[in-house]
Design a protein around this ligand. Structure first.
Ligand code: MRU
Length: 364
């Protein structure tokens, strides 16, 4: 997407061959671009959340494999790189999906052919992600259009959680793509942005994206969504996902489940923007089978911001030594989901509908 007239992706390869990312730890204060040079850089970038968001984690891992193939294309190196990158974060299935794609493309090749093939497949994974998200936007647009028509052309108020915007993907975003497409089609959209404690991806990243693109929005605290729904201020919810089971259970950023409960109680449609690489066809019980990342409690006991001198600082908000739990994701059972907006169309959140939408992928 464009920032101050320049089109950026969240990850790209320079003509010099260098892979660069937007280091998201500095946003919204600073647009800082950094190169990732060794496979250790790629592992750090995913683990320490310089990049984050399920599709971008996958794309970054793909380039991490490519960079390592240029350094050492042996079988052992391919295997070790898979393991190193795979263990960086446990929940988003796009990570494993991208590593499997790379392995499938590279393993049959002679080592001396692997580097070029790896960079080509990583670039393809990025381009495919952009196209998937563009298509999700077109299918989501129809949902928003219908709601706008029901309201006699009035403003459509949408709530989103965390950051499922272009920074979480290679471009467009999943949950935000329908918003950008709706605006391009002249539909008046307003977005309520959950701040998304503890890391505040909504406040820091989604607000920055929407602000950069002139999209009408209000940042709200995580607990405000239910209240707004009760008062008819939200027409629909669209969130992203880190892993969706073959039966349509949706794992996403912690707090998504509470929004789904509030949406059901208030008859607000709850949609999930779902790229096909985020479907884990090997699991069907989201509550029991998806590993939930537990992060450092300090993310809960502290908040991050910027001081008067422009330095990023962490401020303690609870008594010294307060114990904290920090599960980073939760699972919304399929029956709370109105529909899954995929690149092929909108599917019901159930096994039969997903398998019918992706007969070529189901069961893999
Ligand atoms: O911990 P994060 O910031 O990687 O979590 C990101 C999310 O939960 C997003 O909603 C999800 O990856 C979907 S991104 C299109």
């Amino acid at each position: 997407m464009k920032i101050d007239g320049t089109h950026y992706r969240s990850i790209w390869r320079e003509p010099s061959g260098e892979v660069r990312i937007i280091d998201q730890r500095w946003l919204p204060h600073e647009l800082r671009i950094v190169p990732l040079v060794t496979r250790a850089d790629f592992a750090d970038a995913i683990r320490d959340m310089w990049v984050r968001g399920a599709p971008l984690i996958g794309a970054t891992a793909a380039y991490g494999v490519a960079v390592q193939m240029a350094a050492d294309p042996s079988d052992a190196s391919l295997r070790e790189t898979y393991d190193l990158l795979h263990e960086t974060r446990p929940t988003a299935i796009n990570l494993k999906w991208a590593l499997d794609e790379m392995t499938r493309a590279l393993h049959p090749l002679r080592p001396e052919l692997r580097a070029d093939a790896a960079f080509a497949r990583a670039a393809e994974i990025c381009d495919e992600d952009v196209e998937i998200n563009r298509r999700i936007g077109l299918h989501g647009l129809e949902i928003i259009r219908e709601i706008a028509a029901k309201k006699g052309g009035g403003r459509v108020n949408l709530l989103t959680h965390c950051n499922a915007g272009w920074l979480a993907t290679v471009d467009w975003g999943t949950a935000t793509s329908p918003i950008y497409h709706a605006l391009e089609n002249g539909i008046d959209v307003h977005v309520f942005v959950d701040e998304t404690r503890p890391r505040n991806q909504g406040a820091q990243l989604t607000s920055w994206e929407l602000n950069s693109h002139g999209v009408s929005h209000d940042l709200i605290v995580d607990n405000a969504g239910g209240h707004l729904m009760q008062h008819g201020e939200i027409d629909l919810v669209i969130v992203g996902t880190d892993r969706t089971t073959a039966s349509g259970d949706v794992c996403n950023k912690i707090g998504t489940y509470l929004k789904a409960l509030a949406a059901r109680a208030n008859d607000v449609p709850f949609y999930v923007a779902l790229p096909s690489p985020t479907i884990d066809w090997t699991v069907s019980d989201g509550l029991r089978e998806i590993p939930i990342e537990e992060r450092n409690g300090e993310e809960v006991t502290h908040v991050q911001g910027r001081d008067a001198e422009g330095r990023i600082v962490s401020v303690q908000i609870s008594p010294d030594g307060t114990p904290a739990r920090n599960p980073a994701f939760d699972v919304t059972p399929a029956d709370l989901v109105t529909g899954l907006i995929t690149e092929r169309g909108v599917a019901r959140a159930d096994a039969a509908a997903l398998a019918a939408m992706f007969p070529d992928l189901a069961g893999r």
